[in-house]
Design a protein around this ligand. Structure first.
Ligand SMILES: Nc1nc2c(ncn2[C@@H]2O[C@H](COP(=O)(O)OP(=O)(O)OP(=O)(O)O)[C@@H](O)[C@H]2O)c(=O)[nH]1
Ligand SMILES: [Mg+2]
Ligand SMILES: [Zn+2]
Length: 339
């Protein structure tokens, strides 16, 4: 296929599981058994809490095995999933027996280079990538891996630069540098401080009436921000390790925190987002600024590395595409986890 004419494909988000139900069954359940339907709000991997429309929290386990075709997952049921469950007499746990079709999901490799994936969360309206320019400093490679994955799975993203209260001149410059790069390619960038409250109201506005995901490195302040925004939330937080300027992986499983019309999924901090199911020739499609130039490359199968007449390299040279983003594109192209 000519890559230049290729419409950006959204990854197959409707992963086929043997018990992922279709629309007809879904309607049937909604009509006839609506009290046994709810959204997964906590997943520890072995045990789940499902919240029903009536506001009841049901402790659940998964009945049998769910397989997702093509990929091996450690957790076939994820926070955000709408599920059907059955209650059994005398049993403490109800059993999840069906997952409704997912609108989208974010997935990551469980262990680097392994073929095992875990679903971070599903049915997300907006992902917030929480980063920091200091203690710890998030690098652009981390950001780009996340943005590429989110874009491929059709999850819109906002970048939140937290801990602005502790920034010295160097980290302020880095924050300005990041803002310039990411605003230029169409992402909203917010500045917050959970310590002095700066930017919190603006962030709250963005969180209203949708299901939001908070993701990012360990120690950037995801849980602290959530505790501030949702007074009922009692998410554990911990000081970062001073020796390494890195977080202590305090949050260990995903939970959705609900407060008024705000729904935020807090997730464990990650070192890096593994790329999933990407082919080298599609990578540029998930860099919005590169996607625009593809049609102008001389060769239809241009990899934008060494080819003459490459519109992307030209754009990097004249400053329309940032060097940083292009360098990350090259690194990703050569990463071990690309197909
Ligand atoms: N100075 C300052 N410290 C902050 C801010 N936000 C969070 N912190 C501190 O950063 C440390 C880590 O915060 P957490 O909320 O536990 O970080 P996290 O992102 O949830 O980390 P994981 O759960 O490990 O992924 C805690 O000591 C917080 O008090 C902020 O805006 N400014
Ligand atoms: Mg946390
Ligand atoms: Zn090219």
């Amino acid at each position: 296929m000519n890559i230049q004419n290729k419409k950006k494909s959204t990854k197959k988000v409707f992963a086929k599981t043997d018990r992922l139900i279709n629309n007809n069954d879904q309607e049937n359940f909604l009509l006839n058994d609506s009290e046994n339907i709810g959204r997964v709000i906590t997943s520890t991997g072995s045990f789940y809490i499902v919240k029903t429309k009536q506001g009841e929290s049901i402790n659940c386990v998964v009945k049998g095995k769910f397989r997702i075709a093509g990929i091996k997952t450690t957790n076939p049921v994820a926070v955000g999933d709408m599920v059907h469950f059955i209650k059994l007499d005398g049993n403490e746990f109800a059993q999840i027996d069906y997952i409704f079709e997912r609108k989208n999901y974010i997935i990551r490799k469980s262990v680097n280079l392994s073929k095992l994936y875990s679903i971070v969360a599903s049915n997300i309206d907006m992902a917030f990538l929480i980063i920091s320019c200091k203690q710890p400093r998030t690098d652009t490679m981390f950001i780009d891996r996340f943005l590429v994955t989110a874009d491929a799975y059709n999850v819109p993203c906002t970048i939140v630069i937290n801990k602005t209260d502790i920034y010295d001149e160097d980290s302020q410059m880095y924050a300005a540098y990041l803002t310039d790069i990411y605003e230029n390619i169409g992402y909203e960038v917010l500045f917050t401080s959970a310590s002095n409250g700066i930017g919190i109201n603006q962030l709250k506005e963005r969180l209203k009436s949708r299901i939001c995901l908070f993701s990012g490195n360990s120690g950037v302040g995801k849980s602290t921000l959530i505790n501030l925004i949702c007074p009922e939330a009692k998410q554990k937080t911990a000081e970062i390790s001073s020796a390494h300027d890195s977080g202590k992986h305090t949050t260990t499983f995903a939970t959705m925190i609900q407060h008024d019309d705000i729904n935020i999924i807090d997730t464990p901090g990650v070192k890096s987002f593994g790329m999933v199911e990407f082919k080298k020739e599609e990578l540029a499609l998930y860099f919005p600024e590169m996607k625009e130039c593809l049609k102008d490359c001389k060769y239809y199968n241009c990899t934008h590395t060494h080819e003459p007449g490459c519109a992307i390299k030209q754009a990097v040279e004249n400053g329309t595409i940032s060097h940083e983003r292009y360098n990350n594109y090259i690194k990703l192209l050569n990463a071990d986890d690309m197909n």
